[in-house]
Ligand binder design. Structure first.
Ligand code: NDP
Length: 442
């Protein structure tokens, strides 16, 4: 059942999320990244909405061509080149891997080749920038708003297609969720794992590519634009490129692990993931780099080192916490965490068909400090990207505000689910690990 609060939030997001993205990108394009000036102009009657709209670049054939080529290229890399990285990179898990058991009891197979797609794409990018010169590395920045329209078209098209597919030709009818509320179903999705054919998995493709592969290219394009405009790339831009580059590379290095995260294990595929991956992620996660094109901040050494250390520490906590849970679950607790046998709470749950299952919730390592210390590390890293942009404008800080809302909401959502799943065992767990994100505080 969809309660009124969820429905109101969904309607709000469906109506306003595209406007929020437009507002941010437009304020950089027309107002040097000031978030207040456009509003002031409108409120004082200095400008009308039509003035702002008329100055906004429209969809162009060039952008449509670039975007179509980009998405097609990523589809080809995803579908046509089986992974070879796992054959020579020690410790990397790629190739055909199994996902988690779906509520209907299906175990999907995935071709994990994201790292390879990322490497090929970036090698070609640098080969073009330094040798072939087919196009300028500033191409993404130069077409940023026309590309936004293309990303929106794809985002809406794929979400609408996923909805129709859920009704008429689902990949697995037993893994569909119908609430009876059109808006909820459109936003949160009907099908759990929509696929075309055996291998084209919507969730894996849209979550990782084209958005996350593009993330580092977008940052490189912003750095190239700084170089073109000011004759140098600032240390803040390098910091943003390096720290976000580590995060993206980590994502692809751990793509197989990602099959066990909430996005893939619990969320259905609708507008939230489809549009979010096509538009929200590439446009709003890259705001720091965009801001630095308009405001080339050169940080003093102490500030730059502080940001770098915070970013690395956040990344370390994020990765180690996720790794500890992964290791614990993979070995069923037969492993060592910080040199000791892990402590845990035995718990059980009953599936829809009445079968009883057993599971374990770890209470030592980072999982003994807080119930979602992985989110804490992620937030520390996110704050570092923002701090790299100095303190003059609020726009680059959108990311940490958004990530805090996203991860706190996700934490509450996940705990609600775990509480329904494990019942009294979950209560024993929360008594043993009382804090969510920050030990002693929250
Ligand atoms: P988690 O990896 O924290 O997974 C939560 C699940 O883990 C729970 O539902 C439960 O599943 C299991 N679990 C919870 N507590 C324990 C425990 N103590 N011991 C063992 N298992 C436990 O969440 P996510 O999948 O959301 O996040 C994965 C990573 O992705 C995070 O680091 C997050 O920061 C990052 N992320 C980044 C985003 C971005 O936009 N940059 C967006 C979303 C996530 P079960 O039912 O199996 O018990």
């Amino acid at each position: 059942e969809v309660d009124w609060f969820s429905l109101a939030s969904i309607l709000f997001l469906l109506m306003f999320a595209p406007l929020i993205v437009y507002y941010f990108i437009m304020s950089c394009d027309q107002y040097q990244c000031s978030l207040t000036d456009p509003l002031l102009d409108l409120l004082t009657g200095n400008k009308h909405l039509s003035d702002i709209w008329n100055r906004t670049p429209t969809l162009t054939y060039r952008a449509a061509g670039i975007y179509s080529l980009w998405v097609t290229f990523q589809v080809v890399l995803y579908m046509s080149i089986p992974d070879f990285c796992h054959k020579f990179l020690p410790g990397y898990v790629g190739g055909v891997q199994e996902g988690a058991v779906t509520p209907a009891g299906v175990v999907n197979k995935y071709e994990i080749n994201g790292l390879q797609a990322w490497i090929i794409t970036h090698v070609l990018w640098f080969a073009n920038a330094y040798c072939f010169h087919f196009f300028s590395p500033t191409i993404i920045f130069d077409n940023w708003i026309p590309l936004l329209w293309c990303a929106n078209i794809l985002g809406y098209a794929v979400s609408t297609f996923a909805m129709i597919k859920g009704y008429f030709f689902p990949t697995n009818a037993k893994d569909c969720k119908f609430t009876g509320n059109f808006f909820y179903d459109y936003m949160m999705g009907i099908e759990f794992n929509p696929r075309i054919g055996k291998w084209f998995d919507f969730k894996l493709f849209f979550n990782g590519r084209p958005g996350i592969v593009a993330w580092t290219l977008i940052n490189l394009s912003f750095a190239a634009k700084q170089q073109e405009l000011y004759g140098e790339v600032t240390n803040s831009m390098i910091l943003v490129n390096v720290l976000q580059g580590i995060y993206v590379l980590d994502f692809f290095w751990n793509e197989a692990w990602y099959l066990k995260t909430i996005d893939i294990c619990h969320d259905h595929f609708g507008w939230y993931l489809g549009w979010g991956d096509c538009v929200w992620l590439p446009y709003l996660y890259t705001l720091q780099g965009l801001y630095l094109v308009y405001h080339p901040v050169q940080l003093c050494t102490a500030h730059a080192i502080g940001v770098f250390m915070l970013g690395l520490l956040g990344y370390f906590i994020f990765r180690m916490t996720n790794h500890q849970k992964d290791l614990f679950r993979r070995t069923n607790g037969n492993c060592r965490i910080w040199g000791k046998k892990p402590e845990y709470i035995e718990c059980s749950y009953v599936s829809v068909d009445g079968t009883k299952y057993y599971s374990k919730l770890m209470t030592s390592g980072f999982w003994g400090w807080a119930r979602h210390f992985n989110y804490t590390g992620d937030l520390m890293g996110s704050l570092a990207y923002c701090l790299a942009c100095g303190f003059e404008h609020i726009l680059p800080y959108f990311y940490i505000i958004y990530m805090s809302i996203l991860l706190i909401h996700r934490c509450i959502r996940d705990e609600h689910r775990c509480h329904s799943k494990y019942g009294k065992d979950w209560k024993r767990y929360t008594a043993a690990v009382p804090y969510r994100l920050l030990p002693g505080i929250f």
